[in-house]
Design a protein around this ligand. Structure first.
Ligand code: MLT
Length: 316
């Protein structure tokens, strides 16, 4: 088996694959545009942020599987892969705690405006009087969009902070809601009326309802000064409308993901206006802990083994 990793994968996974007798080429500099010219000889393609487009699938004459080392397959043309009979897998849940922790951190940062306070302090300005906030988070209501692993960890964290949690998910059962100690909601207006909203839904180009799920209409219904955290995908929030809502109603925002975000390390992030406007902005580091990378790597190797030995495709 010839394996190509077009993004960095955990060293432990590369070691394990090599020990299993596979040849693994790791080339994190390969872009989506480079892939068609490189893919032909490979049997397995592993990616994290690098997009896999239809032209790569068309050139992938020997490819048996694409594995996204992360949650979801939004960066991969799954339709083209399905038409070519190539399964596309991912590693759900393996980095969920890391992402959820970042989201909770953002919630607190947005509420107490810590990064802004820190910027003043770094300039020698003691702005103690400027950072009085109305409430704090205890007793406030958080709307969580989604019901996957990350959403569930966020619920735990928010409840630990004494927040009331409403979970927006049509698929959430009443039993699950009871067990999680949340209120199930399916009305977007009710979601918009929460004191804070944290988005943890999967984005898919094949599900138009997931594109700009948070749009101008939704943002217009949020309260002045409410909090919005997006550690899911940039595409679920309308960036132009978000900027407007920050300017006009003082929305406090935390972002780890962006529309048209850079893919490769050291790429340039162009939307510096957004980074200036929000309370906290990070460069898609939700899953960036060694523990999460190892867990994702382990799952990649496990799925490959199951596929190669038993012909079974998991997490598809
Ligand atoms: C994920 O999809 O699990 C993360 O967003 C992966 C990443 O950090 O690229």
């Amino acid at each position: 088996m010839l394996v190509l990793a077009a993004d960095k994968v955990d060293a432990s996974a590369v070691e394990a694959m090599t020990a299993m007798g596979y040849t693994v080429d790791v080339d994190p500099k390969l872009t989506d545009a480079d892939l068609p010219a490189h893919i032909e000889k490979y049997n397995i393609l592993i990616v994290r942020s690098t997009k896999v487009k239809a032209d790569t699938i068309a050139a992938a004459k020997n490819l048996k599987m694409v594995i996204r080392a992360g949650a979801g397959t939004s960066t991969i043309d799954v339709k083209a892969a399905a038409a070519a009979g190539i399964p596309v897998c991912n590693t759900p849940g393996r980095n969920a705690a890391a992402v959820a922790e970042l989201a909770i951190g953002m919630l607190v940062c947005c509420d107490r405006r810590m990064p802004r306070a820190m910027r003043h302090l770094a300039q020698g300005e003691w702005k103690k009087g400027s950072f009085q906030v109305a409430h704090g988070l205890r007793g406030r209501t958080l709307g969580v969009v989604g019901r996957g692993f990350i959403a569930r960890y966020v619920v735990e964290g928010a409840k630990g902070l004494g927040m009331k949690v409403k979970m927006f998910s049509a698929g959430l059962t009443e039993e699950d809601a009871k067990e999680l100690g949340v209120e199930k909601i399916t009305d977007k207006n009710e979601l918009a009326s929460c004191d804070a909203v944290s988005v943890h839904m999967a984005y898919s180009a094949n599900k138009p309802e997931t594109f700009h799920f948070i749009d101008a209409d939704f943002l217009g219904k949020m309260r002045d000064g409410a909090i919005l955290v997006n550690c899911a995908r940039g595409e679920v929030v309308d960036t132009a409308a978000l900027k407007e809502a920050i300017k006009t109603k003082g929305l406090r925002v935390g972002c780890d993901v962006y529309e048209n975000e850079p893919v490769k390390a050291d790429d340039v992030f162009v939307d510096t206006e957004l980074a200036e406007l929000v309370e906290v902005a990070t460069p898609h580091i939700g899953a960036s802990t060694n523990q999460a990378s190892e867990a994702v790597g382990e799952e990649v190797v496990r799925m490959m083994e199951v596929f190669i030995k038993d012909g079974k495709v998991e997490n598809c």
